[in-house]
Design a protein around this ligand. Structure first.
Ligand code: CO
Length: 218
């Protein structure tokens, strides 16, 4: 919902005013803050999160500019047909050499809940249709959960775990594993309490990945 405290123009101008405040606060803390950032970045994390405005990567992890390389899309999906995602993955893994990839979903994710339903919303349905595949894969577990909110929350978790596995199936990730450490983590963020939950589905090798997804010549 748009912020109704302000007119559209005021709301837009507020961002530019906030930026002036941000710059002066950062410079007061550390006069060299922007000079250091301008020299380059060496983040240790790639974040694959939902586009949802309530899940800002840096803010909820207490990290600063330069610490997290970020990719966000509706319902935090890892899609090998998405050139944007592949470019982000390639650059962060092969060039920046991040040591952690974090797939972060969130409870109450509109994309996941829409995928659980039968209403066609529009174009976004095509994007989230693969979450229906995740549902089907785990239908016996999910169908047994009577409470719809609890069922949606479980699908949020299963979707994150599936995206962690999807990352492990990508050749450039498998190639990185041949020579160095790279951990892929699955997290879920609670919108109502601000808490990050580690789903403990960490993947730092091909453990649990079926042999058909493993490339032998990379
Ligand atoms: Co979401």
């Amino acid at each position: 919902m748009a912020n109704e405290k302000y007119t559209a123009e005021e709301n837009y101008q507020r961002l530019l005013a906030n930026n002036k405040q941000f710059v002066s606060e950062k410079l007061a803390e550390d006069p060299g803050f922007f000079d250091k950032l301008a020299e380059g970045q060496s983040p240790d994390f790639l974040w694959v999160g939902c586009s949802d405005s309530r899940v800002p990567a840096n803010q909820i992890t207490g990290t600063d500019s330069g610490e997290i390389f970020v990719h966000r899309n509706v319902a935090n999906l890892v899609d090998i047909n998405d050139m944007n995602f592949l470019a982000v993955l390639h650059y962060s893994v092969d060039v920046l050499k991040v040591r952690h990839i974090i797939v972060c979903g969130h409870y109450g994710c509109g994309g996941v809940l829409a995928a659980m339903g039968n209403t066609h919303i529009g174009t976004v349905n095509h994007w989230i249709s693969r979450i229906k595949d995740v549902y089907v894969k785990h239908a016996s577990e999910l169908d047994a959960i009577q409470d719809e909110t609890a069922r949606g929350s479980r699908l949020v978790e299963l979707n994150v775990m599936e995206q962690v596995r999807n990352l492990a199936k990508i050749p450039l990730v498998q190639r990185a594993w041949k020579s160095r450490e790279l951990s892929i983590h699955g997290w879920v963020y609670g919108l109502s309490d601000g808490i990050l939950h580690d789903l403990e589905c960490m993947q730092d090798d091909l453990d649990g990945i079926e042999s058909i997804y493993r490339y032998s010549n990379i």
